[in-house]
Structure formats: structure tokens, C-alpha cells
Design a protein around this ligand. Structure first.
Ligand code: SAM
Length: 369
């Protein structure tokens, strides 16, 4: 299917599914019931997610939900991040946006604050706000070469001067069962966009449908299977590789469904949730070794159970071996720190009875000496 056909099939299917619940698109997910109480029933009924990325969101964070549909994940995340945090949902479908926007004041009234906004856009092109483009076109319809050039110039300016989602403005990008719907030719762009909008150290938490065999061409050409979250599914390893290719690190499978959601032509499709981190900035002299954590003077030793492991930047950690300073800095990253035992070196240790500045930071948690 061409990009346009993919998009048309997806638009049509989800315009319908916003009006009326489509059981075929529903994959049972256990959300935390306490967050559902304030969400209007029509949003809960139109739950077309396949996982719960909101479990990995923290208070105070700025969250971007790709393909927000009726808004359920945004409304859950809104409660998790609290009044200090912010949530932005992006969807390209007018009917879904209407459902989400109509529900927003109801949720806000129930929780006592409004920290959610819904934007119209394509998730593979997060710079362009399609509500704004629609307003532009209403005033200046494209009818000839000059008006086309004017539109192109307008879009270029939007990207440059006021992108819908700014570079490095988001703490966590979440998405629930949407990436598979994007045309194969645009998936790389999509991962680049996720990387662009995340701040260094920010996380992508993506629940999506994956499969363990290649999807044959005839299935990929079937609009019903594509819009039904089947044909566009990544193979498991390719999904993880897409994060790696975009530059993410500490990529991990946070959840993988035991039983398949669907089996089509002998291929099993199931839900997977992946967490991946945009690496911190490159080193600032003497502060941040390898741009991957700060060396705090503590010794770090990889605990095992594997004989050795390698991170996404190619650093090797050998079980039981004391990390060099640069590896120790990398090992202090929040995303991998639990895999390392931490202790103070004899020379730096401070007897507990002395009230000198201590190295107790090394001793937080059960890895303590
Ligand atoms: C399977 S539904 C999931 C909706 C929601 N995340 C949930 O958990 O219920 C897919 C949603 O993604 C939207 N969508 C699909 N492709 C998109 C794209 N390229 N850009 C923006 N939205 C897209 C659809 O309009 C639809 O609302």
C-alpha cells in the first residue's frame, strides 16, 4: 500500500471507531482503576490501546502521547504527573480529537486542574500543527503554483520558528498501539521525531503490537489488516533495533504479552512495551565522563548473573570486576544502576563516627557496604 492509502485506511477506520466502539480493535489491558474513575465512559469504551505506558510516568513530568485517540492515556498521565506536570496528546484524526477535547473539561473539573492539551498532527511530523495549517488554508487556499509555493514557505517557517512540539521539550514520550499504523517508509522519520522532541536523558515508553515473523506483502497490502494494528507491526527484534538506530540507549522490554492478541495466517501478534532513553549530552570537561553519568568517586561492580554485558554505547562490564572511572560513571545512570554493586574505596571511606563530609551517596540502597 502507498503512504496515502495507509493514511486513508487508518483515518477512515479510526473516524468510525471514535463514533462507535469497535470490539475488533480492542486488546484487553489492566489499567489502574483509580485513574479511570474520572474519565468519561465514552473514552473508556473507545480504548484501542494494547499496553499501559502511563505506568512509567512520574510526578511533575511533561508527557507527549503519540496517537492519543480518545485521550485515555493522557487523562491517566495527567493524574500521575499532577498539577505541576503537563500532558500533550497528538492525533491526526478529527473525530478522535473531538472526543478527547470534549472530555478534557470533565476530567479537569473532577481532578481540580487542567494540564492536558490535544494537538492535531501526524506523529511522524511533530513540527506541524495541522489545525494551524487548516486555518492557513481556509484563508489562502492552494489554487496555483504561487499559492503552493506560499504554503511550502509557510510550512518551512513553522518547522523553523514555531514547531508544534519543540526540540528537547519532553520528559517522556508515550504511545499506545499507534506506531504500527504509520507507513513503513515513514517509520524511521517517526523514531527520529521521538528522539528530537525528548530532552537528553528523557524516555520513550512505547506499547505496540509486534510479531515474531515477517508479515508477507499481501497482508501488508490489506487496508483492513493494516488499520487493525496487524500488518504494520514490527518484528520484535526490528522494533528494538529501530530505537537503537535512532540513537536511544538502555533499551529494554518492560512488558511482553504471553498469549498472542491475534494469530493471522499462522503469525502471532502480541503487545510489547519498550522503554528507551535518549542519551545525556556529550561531556562537559571534567564533569561527565563519556556523557553518560557522573563519576561520583564510588566503586562499581557489575553484579551478574551474566559473565559480562555490553551497553548500547559498546561499553563492556565484566561480572565482579571493578569498573574503571569512565565505566563507573556510565554505570551510575539511573536506568542501569541497579545492576551494579556500589562501595566506597578504602582510601575514600569515612568512618561513620566522624562528622566529616561523607561519601554516603555511594551507600544509598541495598548495595551499601
Ligand atoms: C489504535 S488507536 C490507539 C488510540 C489510543 N492510543 C488508545 O490507547 O486508545 C490509534 C490512534 O492513532 C491515531 N493515528 C494513527 N496514525 C497516526 C499518525 N500517523 N499520526 C497521528 N495519529 C495517528 C489514530 O487516529 C487513532 O486515534
Amino acid at each position: 500500500m502507498s503512504s496515502l492509502n495507509v493514511e486513508a485506511a487508518v483515518r477512515e477506520r479510526y473516524a468510525q471507531a471514535a463514533q462507535e466502539r469497535e470490539a475488533e480493535l480492542c486488546c484487553p489491558v489492566d489499567y489502574d482503576a483509580k485513574y479511570l474513575k474520572v474519565i468519561p465512559q465514552e473514552v473508556i469504551d473507545r480504548d484501542y490501546g494494547c499496553g499501559d505506558p502511563s505506568k512509567h510516568v512520574r510526578p511533575g513530568e511533561t508527557v507527549l502521547d503519540l496517537g492519543s485517540g480518545g485521550g485515555k492515556i493522557c487523562f491517566i498521565a495527567s493524574q500521575v504527573v499532577g498539577a505541576e506536570g503537563r500532558v500533550i496528546g497528538v492525533d491526526m484524526n478529527d473525530d478522535m480529537l473531538q472526543l478527547a477535547r470534549a472530555s478534557q473539561p470533565k476530567v479537569a473539573e473532577a481532578i481540580g486542574y487542567d494540564n492536558v492539551s490535544f494537538r492535531k498532527g501526524k506523529i511522524q511530523d511533530l513540527a506541524i500543527d495541522r489545525d494551524q495549517v487548516q486555518r492557513y488554508l481556509a484563508e489562502r487556499p492552494v489554487s496555483d503554483d504561487a499559492s503552493l509555493r506560499a504554503l511550502e514557505a509557510y510550512l518551512a517557517e513553522q518547522r523553523r520558528e514555531s514547531p508544534m512540539i519543540d526540540d528537547e521539550s519532553i520528559d517522556v514520550v508515550v504511545s499506545n498501539c499507534v506506531l504500527n499504523l504509520v507507513d513503513a517508509d515513514e517509520k524511521e522519520l517517526l523514531f527520529d521525531e521521538i528522539f528530537r522532541v525528548l530532552r537528553p536523558g528523557g524516555r520513550a515508553v512505547i506499547s505496540d503490537i509486534v510479531c515474531d515473523e515477517e508479515v508477507p506483502e499481501e497482508m501488508q497490502a490489506d487496508p483492513e489488516l493494516w488499520s487493525g494494528c496487524i500488518s504494520g507491526a514490527y518484528q520484535q527484534a526490528a522494533f528494538l533495533q529501530a530505537f537503537e538506530s535512532a540513537g536511544f540507549e538502555d533499551i529494554q522490554i518492560a512488558a511482553l504479552q504471553l498469549e498472542p492478541w491475534r494469530v493471522v495466517k499462522g503469525i502471532a501478534f502480541r503487545s510489547m512495551t519498550v522503554i528507551a532513553t535518549r542519551p545525556e549530552e556529550e561531556p562537559v570537561d571534567g564533569q561527565d565522563l563519556n556523557g553518560a553519568g557522573t563519576f561520583d568517586g564510588c566503586q562499581r561492580v557489575y553484579r551478574g548473573p551474566f559473565k559480562y554485558v555490553c551497553d548500547d554505547a559498546g561499553r563492556m562490564y565484566t561480572r565482579g570486576e571493578v569498573c574503571t572511572d569512565d565505566l563507573a560513571a556510565a554505570a551510575s545512570r539511573e536506568t542501569i544502576a541497579d545492576h551494579f554493586a556500589v562501595y566506597t574505596s578504602d582510601a575514600k571511606a569515612t568512618p561513620k563516627s566522624l562528622s566529616l563530609p561523607t561519601t554516603s551517596d555511594c551507600c544509598s540502597g541495598d548495595s551499601c557496604c
